[in-house]
Design a protein around this ligand. Structure first.
Ligand SMILES: [Zn+2]
Length: 208
């Protein structure tokens, strides 16, 4: 469809930029509250560890946003005490904030425990915005760094970071000026790097 696709090697970047997906908060845990109509919960910051002989149960405690009722998310169920890493057990016993944070953003745990994570309002994108390099005609390598593993559509990062409409971003990707390591419609949740190439040097190479 696009016959003037940019095929230059992205080797020569003039500048580097850093975009940071900043953490504003942890996602809400979405599951029905047994006491009220709310479905939104937040971690209390505590774990409960229960030993029965050599078997351990570990739960993360969460509380309802509306009525405050505490409920439990199973983290380990009936595991043998020797199969649980000692450092990990200490973190549960100490209510380590790093462990709370890791499990509160763990989509695999959410899937296993049958709840959903609501990431709305948990992040924003910090850039040296607006992205002037497009007008300056510079090639830029952009490192996108995630402070929390929030799944964000790549297109959303680009429209926000470049300050462009979805169609303008689609044009840049289709023309090959934006080189992405993953699809523009994919959701990223870890650091990645992409390149924005300068407009072609020679006006006679493209139809304007
Ligand atoms: Zn409730």
């Amino acid at each position: 469809m696009n016959e003037s696709r940019d095929t230059r090697a992205p080797a020569d970047v003039d500048r580097k930029a850093l975009w940071v997906v900043r953490e504003l908060g942890l996602p809400a845990v979405v599951k029905a509250c047994v006491s009220c109509r709310s479905t939104r919960h937040h971690p209390t910051g505590k774990f409960r560890v229960n030993a029965s002989g050599k078997l351990l149960d570990v739960w993360m405690l969460i509380c309802c946003e509306l009525c405050g009722r505490t409920s439990k998310i199973p983290v380990h169920e009936r595991v043998h005490v020797r199969s649980l890493d000692h450092e990990r057990l200490l973190m549960f016993e100490d209510n380590a904030p790093a462990m709370v944070r890791a499990l509160a953003t763990d989509t695999a745990l959410a899937g296993k425990a049958g709840h959903r994570l609501d990431w709305n309002g948990t992040w924003d994108l910090e850039t040296d915005s607006p992205f002037h390099d497009l007008e300056r005609g510079a090639s830029v390598e952009v490192v996108v760094r995630f402070e929390l593993p929030v799944p964000v559509r790549v297109e959303k990062l680009l429209t926000t970071g470049l300050g462009l409409s979805r169609s303008a971003v689609a044009d840049l990707v289709d023309s090959g000026r934006v080189r992405l390591p993953l699809a523009v419609g994919a959701r990223a949740r870890e650091d990645f790097t992409f390149v924005v190439l300068a407009p072609p040097d020679h006006p006679d190479e493209t139809v304007r």
